[in-house]
Design a protein around this ligand. Sequence first.
Ligand code: NAD
Ligand code: TYD
Length: 350
Amino acid sequence: MKTILITGGAGFIGSHVVRHFVNKYTGYTILNLDKLTYAGNLENLRDVENKPNYAFIKGDICDAGFIHHLFKERNIDGVIHLAAESHVDRSIANPTDFVITNIIGTVTLLNAARALWKNGFKGKRFYHISTDEVYGSLGESGYFTEHTAYDPRSPYSASKASSDHLVRAYFHTFKMPVVLSNCSNNYGPFQFPEKLIPLCIHNIKTSKPLPIYGKGENVRDWLYVEDHASAIDTIFHHGKIGETYNIGGDNEWQNIRLVRKLCEIMDRKLRREPGTSTKLITFVKDRAGHDLRYAIDASKIKGELGWKTSVSFDEGLERTVDWYLENQQWLRNVTSGDYQHYYEEQYLRR
Ligand code: NAD
Ligand code: TYD
């Protein structure tokens, strides 16, 4: 039996990865390590929290003593490292938090794995999850490949780039069995409503303004979160040690076009007059250093590992909108802060 440590499993992507692994690999023990920052929400994992092959551990990836002890106690075979500060706007407001969590946190995990896997790295694997934002900003043409030079331009992407470099350095210097992936923008259920798609769904539902940065001309390549989870599964099991894989949806959208599309879907679902929600679109001051375009060339993971997307954008957006409309209580708990009591209620009073 394998014991897999997933960090950041109470966050948006992490919760989908935990659910995927707990349900698919009943012979594995899945440990979800999360500090439960504002972005961590154990309500995301209600459906798997009582499964026998799952355990939640509250803790900080930057706490070296605690992480070392955890590796010692739990005999961990593999790490899937997602814990991070992840929102660009927050990184502009407070860069230091990103340096601490994303860089110090990653090196702390690497050090513990290296120290405790000292009898040899056979059968071990350290999988670091990163973002396409480390490659910087594209013009109107071209794609990010695994060979594109790093050119991070926000404190968030700079901290992720730094952590990627450290993971590769541990491969080259210490022969750590690492693998990495850099993925494009994810969307889907359980995403914190500070990110574009859930923010717009929430604001359309409550008839609040939809803030579009600048002219809305920036382009992102959107991937349904369950397709990211399936790519992570593929890379964790079949990716070559020391390699990096880009993951993307071949699905580029200008922000303004995407928000208009969301408005149309929401008007239909809420039985509002067509055109009602687009009136909420409000152009606001641009994000500082706003990257123009991200687009991933995912031919390596497709060609070498046979991964492909399974959810079209139309289908993924329908599912996402339906999920948010059916889970208004989740959204109310998140926006009121009540979700932060879930851990105390479910885990500390047992
Ligand atoms: P998220 O912000 O939703 O979740 C991050 C999780 O990490 C939260 O549960 C939080 O509590 C936890 N965490 C933060 N600091 C911690 C610490 N010090 N110790 C332990 N846990 C801590 O993020 P997400 O959108 O799910 O992203 C997950 C990972 O995927 C990140 O590494 C991010 O860089 C990467 N990524 C995200 C996207 C995207 O579109 N969201 C795209 C590509 C890559
Ligand atoms: P976001 O979801 O924050 O992801 P990222 O910055 O990691 O790509 O933003 C996606 C795009 O939407 C990005 O170009 C910024 C833009 N955006 C807005 O125009 N308005 C908003 O309120 C937000 C949150 C983002």
